[in-house]
Design a binder for this molecule. Structure first.
Ligand code: F3S
Length: 389
């Protein structure tokens, strides 16, 4: 990979250890994937924030980066942490709280905004054609497919390295020829809610692995439907993006058809139980303002039943804009939580054994990452299950 004089100096350590180790990560990745140079990025988004998923091991590395004056060169946002400060934090030990705030504090020391959300695009939308280095697979797929920005699905360390250098290697979907669809997916089922879009994503992700699909005949999806579709695909496969507009030239592309039964089977396959849930969780990926509004409309005039919790997870930014909806949800006995989600916190330690969710991504991960049983169903059914009245 060709490096400029300035990049060579970074690589040799002339600007300190944090930059040097970041350059080593980027050059290694670039060499591995056939990049020819580093390109400037407009922003970075980091995963590897929740103490529950991260554990103790990487804390020393973050500490060393922050101590060696590592400072991000571009705007940089953070994925959710293990808890919000108002509700969940009170349920956990001092040790967990201390470790979590140490991790976030180290990122802040490097100049990173503690946004603590997996939907950073609701805070600041990247423009079409911008090169980014985003970890958090659902956000990367959304950025590429819905917003038209260009980012590989970064891991936490490579996104941080790119943020500290302000550049990323030009491989993968940073190159136009790698953004073309190679499979046409004919959706022969009329999808009617966000859960079906997510389940379609899980099904297609498994079929495609890392191929890029173009969806035909998606019935005017909302941006939230596309968010669920991408989050599902990114969970079960390695795809970095999808297309959903009509392609003029389709000759030579593989074709696959998805029928109603495929989506139904995917939903059933992701549900491990139909027992009454201890927790109804909405907000994976974190809710948009519109999604918080929909939950408020659905719970208005009802009460969350005893023995069940309702969590609606979103960013601090969206919660701030959703005051009147938050009041309705909290009035019904639900909790609107920022900075966290059910998957990256210790729900088992809260006595939660059964989770009901409208998110195919949560249904895909929670049984293994959280050791709970899951029911996957659309928002209307989730609210019916959580509430009475
Ligand atoms: Fe976000 Fe948690 Fe889902 S980090 S994408 S809400 S698993």
């Amino acid at each position: 990979m060709h490096l400029t004089r300035e990049e060579e100096k970074l690589y040799e350590g002339e600007y300190g250890w944090a930059c040097q180790v970041s350059m080593k990560i980027l050059v290694r990745l670039g060499d591995l994937f056939g990049a020819t140079q580093l390109i400037h990025i407009r922003s970075a988004h980091l995963s590897g924030v929740s103490y529950k998923t991260l554990g103790d091991a990487p804390i020393d590395f973050l500490e060393a980066l922050a101590e060696s004056c590592g400072k991000v060169q571009v705007p940089c946002t953070l994925n959710p942490s293990s808890f919000d400060p108002d509700y969940l934090a009170k349920k956990y030990s001092e040790e967990r709280k201390e470790k979590q705030s140490r991790i976030v504090g180290l990122y802040e020391k490097m100049g990173i905004k503690p946004t603590l959300t997996c939907t950073p695009y609701y805070l600041e939308k990247p423009r079409q054609g911008w090169h980014l280095a985003w970890a958090e697979s659902s956000a990367a797929v959304y950025a590429n497919s819905v917003l038209g920005a260009w980012t590989n699905r970064e891991g936490g360390p490579s996104a941080l390295a790119a943020a500290l250098v302000g550049k990323t290697p030009n491989y993968g979907v940073h190159q136009a020829e790698n953004r073309r669809a190679s499979v046409v997916i004919k959706v022969e089922s009329r999808l009617t809610n966000e859960t079906e879009f997510g389940a379609l994503g899980i099904h297609v992700g498994k079929l495609l692995k890392d191929k890029i699909p173009v969806f035909e005949e998606l019935p005017s999806p909302t941006s939230e439907d596309l968010k669920q579709l991408g989050a599902g695909m990114a969970s079960s496969g390695m795809t970095s993006m999808f297309h959903f507009e009509k392609l003029r030239e389709k000759s030579g592309l593989e074709t696959a058809s998805i029928e109603a039964k495929d989506v139904k089977n995917a939903i059933e396959g992701l549900s491990t139980t139909h027992e009454t849930p201890d927790l109804v969780f909405i907000g994976c990926p974190h809710c948009s303002l519109n999604e918080v509004r929909k939950v408020a409309q659905a719970v208005e005039g009802k009460k969350v039943g005893s023995g069940t919790e309702l969590w609606v997870c979103t960013s601090r930014y969206v919660k701030g804009k959703a005051e009147k909806y938050v009041k309705i949800i909290e009035g019904a006995g639900g909790h609107v939580l920022c900075d966290a989600c059910a998957v990256v916190t210790w729900i088992k330690d809260l006595g939660i054994e059964v989770v009901m969710t409208n998110s195919a991504k949560t249904a895909y991960y929670a049984p293994t990452l959280n050791g709970v049983d899951v029911t996957l169903a659309p928002l209307s059914e989730c609210v019916r299950s959580a509430c009475h009245g």
